[in-house]
Design a protein around this ligand. Structure first.
Ligand code: GRF
Length: 191
């Protein structure tokens, strides 16, 4: 399936997906990496890997979320996108966009959903005294971080952990989980 990856920053999960997709047997083929932030570091990484990139600066659209999303949607369609992976994409999508791509868009979130939707997931897990944290790949539905879960991985929370040390322990798990979960998602779409 033709894969578009949406990012806003560093793009380390995007990189993990691009690496997995270098295997010709992998079920997704990257056709576009798009960012809502022109300065996203991941855009350079993707371009260096020979993947078409695009930045659609949401700030140019002011408060008009749908105008931004229409531009994004047009670019995705033009690229022949069949599945979208959100990878550190920090814009909340409107119901219009989510409905257009429902069943064809997945996201990675750094918590064991349904726990800790939204931001500051690692700090919240530490503050709650949880024994473990982790990451989840899920289908994107209208509610933020609420869609059906595809796969999860957990890591222990250790004494003395800060949000940073916990994030550093979780990130490599994300990089293993996301390519695996995307392959599962592709199977579900094909069925
Ligand atoms: C990851 O922790 C991801 O789970 C979250 O944002 C972070 C993005 O990191 N949604 P990167 O841009 O993939 O390096």
């Amino acid at each position: 399936l033709n894969l578009a990856i949406l990012i806003s920053g560093r793009g380390s999960n995007m990189e993990a997906l691009l690496s997995a997709a270098e295997d010709p047997a992998y079920p997704a083929k990257p056709v576009l990496v798009a960012s809502n932030r022109p300065d996203a570091k991941g855009l350079e990484t993707a371009a260096a890997a020979g993947i078409p990139t695009l930045s659609i600066d949401h700030k140019l659209y002011g408060k008009d979320r749908e105008a931004f999303e229409r531009a994004l949607d047009e670019a995705l369609t033009k690229a022949g996108t069949e599945i979208i992976a959100l990878a550190g994409f920090m814009r909340v999508l409107t119901p219009w966009f989510v409905m257009r791509w429902e069943g064809r868009m997945i996201n990675i979130h750094p918590s064991l959903l349904p726990k800790y939707k939204g931001l500051d997931t690692h700090q919240r897990a530490i503050d709650a005294g949880d024994a473990e944290a982790g990451c989840t790949v899920h289908w994107v539905s209208a509610g933020v971080d609420e869609g059906e879960i595809i796969a999860q991985a957990s890591v222990p929370i250790l004494p003395g952990d800060t949000a940073d040390t916990l994030a550093a322990r979780t990130l490599p798990e994300e990089h293993t989980l996301y390519p695996r979960a995307l392959a599962l998602a592709c199977q579900q779409i094909r069925r």
